[in-house]
Design a protein around this ligand. Structure first.
Ligand code: ZN
Ligand code: ZN
Length: 198
């Protein structure tokens, strides 16, 4: 079995966990976990994720409060330009000293934990309580943060539906009405030709 400290996302928390009211600042670069995003937008497995924040001990566990800065890869769904890679998410999690043993597999227990505070994610510490592993927290927080329809910016104008020109670069871009009339004539011509044939 792999040791908890061998994980690339392991943080030693034994010193903070010893007593309530302690704090341990975190500033580390870890590899991005697998499975974040898809072909449209995602974070490459193994790319750098900068994690900052702190572990604070309370009576029944450790609270982690911080943020992760990562690089996303993807295209704007309107104009197809590469997205600004800078991606930052807030991290908030609770690592209880006593994770119910049957929390996984027993739906009721999970429901009770989630019901206490739905905005707080709960993760287990290593068995001896000496390490917190950030992998699941990072994966969950980053996956949740990814946009379904990524945009290079909120008001991206996208591409011209007729010719594909980038309307961000040329906001005045338009096609003259005569173009549309011409297109209509083309259509009519094609229709007549079909009718002649048929
Ligand atoms: Zn765009
Ligand atoms: Zn156009």
């Amino acid at each position: 079995m792999p040791r908890p400290e061998d994980s690339a996302w392991a943080v030693s928390v034994a010193q903070v966990a010893a007593r309530a009211g302690r704090s341990k600042p975190i500033d580390m670069v870890v590899p991005a976990p697998s499975g974040i995003g898809d072909d449209i937008v995602g974070i490459r497995e193994g790319s750098d994720v900068h994690v900052t924040g702190s572990f604070d001990s309370i009576v029944d566990g450790l609270i982690f409060n911080g943020r992760a800065d990562a690089s996303i890869v993807g295209e704007c769904t309107r104009c197809l330009r590469p997205l600004d890679p800078h991606w930052s998410v807030r991290l908030m999690a609770f690592f209880p000293y006593d994770m119910p043993e049957d929390a996984h597999g027993n739906g009721e227990e999970v429901d009770i934990i989630a019901g206490e505070d739905e905005s707080e994610d709960v993760y287990p510490l290593s068995h001896d309580g000496a390490f917190a592993d950030l992998e699941s927290l990072l994966r969950d927080a980053l996956v949740e943060s990814l946009p379904l329809q990524p945009l290079c910016r909120e008001d991206c104008r996208g591409l011209c539906s007729q010719c594909g020109a980038d309307l961000n670069e040329d906001p005045d871009h338009h096609h003259d009405v005569t173009d549309i009339r011409f297109a209509a004539l083309e259509q009519l011509k094609a229709q007549l030709e079909r009718e002649e044939r048929g």
